[in-house]
Design a protein around this ligand. Sequence first.
Ligand SMILES: CC(C)=CCC/C(C)=C/COP(=O)(O)OP(=O)(O)O
Ligand SMILES: C=C(C)CCOP(=O)(O)OP(=O)(O)O
Length: 280
Amino acid sequence: MIEYEKLEDSIVGFYKNEVTVKHLAESVEYSLKAGGKRIRPILFLAILEGFGLELKLAHYNVAAAIEWIHTGSLIHDDLPAMDNDDYRRGKLTNHKVYGEALAVLSGDALFLDPYYFIATSGFPSVMIVNLIRELSASSGSLGMVAGQVIDMDSEGKKVPLDFLKKLHQLKTGRMLTFPFVAAGIIAGKEVDKLRKIGVTLGLAFQIRDDILDVTADFESIGKTPGKDILEEKLTYVSLLGLEEARQELQKNLEEVKVGLSSLKSFNPTEVLKIVEQLEL
Ligand SMILES: CC(C)=CCC/C(C)=C/COP(=O)(O)OP(=O)(O)O
Ligand SMILES: C=C(C)CCOP(=O)(O)OP(=O)(O)O
C-alpha cells in the first residue's frame, strides 16, 4: 500500500530539514505544497507494488525526485518569459509570490537536487547510474526541455499532427515515461515494454490537459483555463477539434491498459485505477 504521508514527507522533508537558505526552502516548499495530483510519483510507486516490491524509503525518495523535477518545470513554465501564468495548483504562481529571480532559482534547485537524492538513496551503484541517466535524458535537452523549446517556437503556427505528437511526447511524455522506466530498472523487469506504455500514457496526459484547458474551470484544474487559445498554443484541440481530441485520448488510454495487462508477473489493478481516472 502506498503511504501518502510518507510520500509527502519525502517530497518536502529535504527542503524543510536540510536546506538552510531559508527563503529558498520557503519558496520551493510553497510550490511543492500548493497541491498537485502527484500522478508521476504515485504511478512509480504503484508500478513497483504491481511487481510485488515492498515499498521502502529509497523508493519514496526517488518518487519525490520525480515530483521535484516536475514542480520545477511548472515554476519555470509559468514565468513571464514563458507562459506568463498567475495561478498554478489553485494558488498564485511562484514568481508572483517570491519574484522572478527566486522563482528561477527554485526551479533550478528542483531540477538539480534529485541527483543528490538519488545518488544517496542507497541503491546499488549501477542502478543509481541507470536512474540518473534516464532522469537526465527525460528532463533535459533530450526530453522535456527540448519539448518546451519546440512548444515556445510553435506558438501561432500550424503544423502536422505528427509534429505535435512529438512535441507532446518530449515536453510532457518523457516525465510521465520516467516513472515506468525507473520502476522497471528498480524491479529488474521489462524496461522496454514499460517505456512504450509510458510514452503512450504521457501523450494521453498532454491530450487530456489540452482538452481540460477548453472544458474545465479554475476550481477543477487550479490554473487559468482558456490560456492555450489566448497564447495561440498548438494543441490536440486546436488541430483536431474537441471530439477528435477526446477520441485520441481514449484510444491512447486503451492502449496503455492493454500494455499494462500484458506485463509478466505484474498485478495491474492499482495502476489501471490511476489510468481510468484520466478518462474524460
Ligand atoms: C523546461 C520546462 C519549463 C518545461 C515545462 C514542461 C511542461 C510540461 C509544461 C506544462 O505544459 P503546459 O504549458 O501545456 O501546461 P499548463 O497548462 O499546466 O501550463
Ligand atoms: C504536464 C502538464 C500537462 C502540466 C501539468 O501537470 P499536472 O497536471 O500533473 O500538474 P499537477 O497536478 O502536478 O499540478
